[in-house]
Design a protein around this ligand. Structure first.
Ligand code: FA5
Length: 342
């Protein structure tokens, strides 16, 4: 091996290497090529190792040629690396670019069901008044649905509820809840367990079931919004004021409401609320009253210290009134022509 031979080899390695670097198309390929050209097993490293057989002077001269080759290759690789990085960045920017002027035809989006929208609107109104929202199960025990609400077995008020009984447990143990009032009991107990007792300002929306004939104002699976307020010195005036506020907020001013004395075993006194548009027919939209002491006790609350009111409104009927829908069954007929009007 002579000095000239090594210089020729160094030049050839440099030229071939630079050509290979220029030919590479991606950063990944470039990294692989870098190892091939400059790694321990590269032609350059091997050739360098053979310098050991030269005289020290010659070795220095030949070594300098190889160093120049290494530098030239290193510089070519770095230059190519920044070129490729810039190109790849440009390509990804182009691929991800958004044309904000492009017109996309109308998109046919669905929307929430009008009864769901009504429920959400009512929740918003009550949350605005400082109420919390609680929920209970659709499948209830006889005790929560009736017994705890002061409706013991054989009480005539059971006849007012056309109950779906379930073939579960013993005869009559389980029902599909006929109203949201059992959630009152569940919530009173939860509040007593979690924070020691009242005050309670809560609404309890949900689906309830009645084995009755459907018509323009009756569904077999309907939705109710239960309300429960328990605090010190709560009076009928608070009940009337709360119902008045929510009805005015939800409906506006062109509707009339009236309270009618009524009977529920779980409230005393009790009333029903009717509504109509000017000149229209009255429609019953909810029941309400002052919570019966027995119900407070069943909820774990001392009726000597606390009093409260409760109400239960039909959400489907509220939606029917609000949107002037002649037949409540439209809400469950699943006709897109009807539903898309909301
Ligand atoms: C009750 O269900 C009582 N739990 C309400 C209550 C709660 C009173 C708290 C006192 C204190 P009622 O059966 O009247 O009461 O039903 C209440 C409301 O649910 C009715 O006014 C009506 O708006 C709605 N509703 C009842 N049955 C149907 C039905 N089949 N279809 C549509 N809405 C109904």
């Amino acid at each position: 091996m002579t000095v000239e031979a090594t210089q020729i080899a160094a030049t050839r390695i440099a030229q071939a290497g630079v050509e290979a670097v220029d030919a590479v198309a991606t950063l990944a390929e470039l990294t692989a090529l870098e190892t091939t050209l400059l790694g321990k097993k590269s032609e350059l490293s091997m050739a360098r190792r053979s310098l050991g057989s030269l005289e020290p002077d010659q070795r220095r001269e030949a070594g300098a040629a190889f160093n120049a080759t290494r530098e030239a290759l290193g510089a070519a690789i770095e230059a190519r690396r920044s070129e490729l990085a810039a190109a790849e960045h440009r390509a990804s920017m182009e691929a991800e670019a958004l044309d904000l002027t492009r017109f996309i035809g109308p998109v046919n989006r669905g929307h929430v069901h009008p009864v769901t929208a009504t429920r959400e609107r009512l929740e918003d109104i009550f949350i605005g008044l400082g109420f919390e929202v609680a929920e209970g199960p659709d499948l209830e025990t006889d005790w929560f649905n009736f017994g705890a609400l002061n409706i013991p077995p054989h009480h005539p008020a059971r006849g007012m509820h056309d109950t779906f009984h379930l073939d579960l447990g013993g005869p009559g143990d389980y029902v599909l809840r006929t109203h949201t009032s059992p959630v009152q009991i569940r919530h009173m107990r939860a509040v007593t367990a979690e924070r020691g007792g009242p005050p309670i300002y809560a609404i309890m929306p949900g689906r309830v079931y009645r084995n009755e004939r459907t018509d323009a104002t009756h569904l077999a699976a309907l939705h109710q919004l239960e309300g429960l307020v328990i605090d010190r010195d709560i009076t009928l005036g608070h009940l009337a004021g709360t119902i008045d506020t929510f009805i005015k907020t939800y409906f506006g001013t062109e509707f009339e409401t009236r309270f009618r004395p009524s009977y529920f075993p779980f409230t005393e006194p009790s009333a029903e609320v009717d509504m109509r548009t000017a000149g229209g027919d009255w429609l019953e939209i909810g029941g309400c009253g002052m919570v019966h002491p027995t119900v407070l006790r069943n909820g774990g609350i001392d009726p000597e210290m606390w009093s409260g009111f409760a109400f239960g409104f039909g959400i489907d009927r509220l939606a029917k009134m609000r949107h002037d829908v002649p037949d409540i069954r439209e809400f469950v007929a699943n006709d897109v022509r009807f539903l898309s009007q909301f």
